[in-house]
Design a protein around this ligand. Structure first.
Ligand code: AMP
Ligand code: MG
Length: 404
């Protein structure tokens, strides 16, 4: 039985980026570059003023000086005439500096009367000028393949005139729930019926990665129903099933996957919750069989599925970094498995503090709702003292805690 890390490695070694496409830069947020992007021109494109002020020759301003104003270059204007000795040209931020100018005096440091600008003291050459190429030189690879496109990268791409960008394809992920007890949300409840929350929860988790979920609905606990839905699911780039993966007599998922040609890479991982998770591959497509319990399904998604989907979409950093948090109270567990403890996180004086989010039984969904993070408790340990620092996986925004 693989450990948490081994199982995750098996999954990550099995998947690869899914291919590339070109998308409009304005729609590329959250996507990953599939090719290096080199600068087609330098940034800035020409020397320009960093301030609203006066373009001057520094040589004229070695001490207090009075310069005749001979022109005006607004933003968007062009540097027509040069700055002659003893003269200054009024200039706005971003406007190209005129020939002869090697410094800009901001309005705040100049006074103007009778068409002349009075300079109070020495002006340093190059001050308040942004020089051609000082930010990016032409030909520089500014954004390497594998870069996640955030607002700054979008800004860079746009500044370099890139209308379209090569990005890895978004993956389509089939989501299948299994079980005779399930009804869909909106159907009338009855005793013994369980609302299929997993399809919606897993689809939401898929969407959070940037991938697109394809909902297949419910496979009933018979071979034909499973087989039909699983074949349909294998048309997507990845398939996630929930439930029916334990050792119960109606747990048919693994059997039908094997009959469909899905090659099993592991079944059962040394973690709690989420022990019965299975993983296999068919024609380069990953198939994740998550436990049915809604808490286990979401935790195993976090542990194994999310990193895989991110890798398929070209991301380099696919595992959330763990951070250290101080335990607010003592925690005990059995030896043998990594435990994912659902914890609330408080940030005090810049430090993380973790306290149990409640009953850790896998049947308790409320504790998952109250959790900001999963503390990853090592397999070999059994007790953790209050005040001890442990690894936690932050599950998202902790700025907005569900406990407030
Ligand atoms: P199983 O893995 O089939 O033994 O299911 C474990 C538990 O998860 C049972 O209590 C199921 O009713 C519950 N469960 C299974 N599938 C879903 C689902 N799609 N939505 C919500 N609960 C589910
Ligand atoms: Mg079942």
């Amino acid at each position: 039985m693989p450990t948490y890390e081994e199982a995750r490695s098996i999954v990550l070694e099995s998947v690869a980026p899914a291919g590339a496409e070109r998308v409009e830069t304005g729609r590329a947020l959250g996507r990953t570059l599939a090719e290096d992007v080199a600068a087609s021109w330098p940034l800035p494109f020409c020397d320009n003023s960093a301030m609203d002020g006066y373009a001057v020759r520094a040589d004229d301003c070695r001490g207090p000086a009075r310069l005749r104003i001979t022109g005006y270059i607004p933003a968007g204007g062009t540097a027509s005439a040069a700055v002659e000795p003893g003269c200054a040209v009024k200039i706005m931020t971003g406007a190209p500096t005129p020939p002869g100018c090697d410094a800009v005096i901001p309005f705040e440091e100049a006074s103007v009367a009778d068409g002349h600008v009075a300079v109070k003291g020495r002006v340093a050459a190059r001050q308040h000028i942004r020089f051609r190429g000082e930010d990016v030189r032409e030909g520089d690879v500014v954004l390497p393949r594998g870069t996640l496109l955030r607002p700054p990268e979008i800004s860079m791409l746009a500044s370099l005139g890139k209308t379209f960008v090569p990005v890895y394809r978004t993956v389509r992920v089939a989501v299948l729930s299994t079980g005779d007890e399930l009804i869909e949300l909106g159907e009338p409840p009855s005793p013994g019926a369980i609302i299929n929350s997993n399809s919606l929860a897993v689809a939401a988790a898929v969407r959070e990665t940037g991938a697109v979920p394809v909902l297949l609905g419910i496979a009933r606990d018979d071979i034909a129903s499973h087989a039909g839905k699983i074949s349909e699911g294998l048309k997507a780039d990845a398939l996630i099933t929930t439930a029916g993966v334990s050792a119960g007599d109606r747990d048919l998922v693994r059997e039908v996957l094997a009959e469909t040609g899905v090659v099993s890479r592991f079944w059962k991982v040394d973690v709690k919750p989420g022990g019965p998770t299975a993983f296999g591959m068919k024609d380069g497509k990953p198939v994740f069989s998550l436990p049915g319990n809604p808490v286990s399904a979401l935790i195993t998604f976090e542990a194994f599925v999310r990193p895989a989907l991110l890798r398929m979409m070209g991301r380099k950093r696919v595992v959330r970094p763990t951070v250290k948090a101080t335990l607010a109270g003592e925690v005990r567990k059995k030896a043998g498995k990594v435990n994912f403890l659902r914890v609330g996180i408080d940030v005090r004086d810049g430090e993380y503090f973790a306290s149990s989010a409640g009953d850790q039984n896998t049947g308790i969904l409320r504790t998952m709702v109250l959790a900001d993070a999963l503390a990853v408790l090592p397999a070999d340990r059994t007790s953790f003292a209050a005040g001890e620092r442990v690894d936690v996986l932050l599950l998202g925004e902790i700025l907005e805690s569900s406990r407030e």
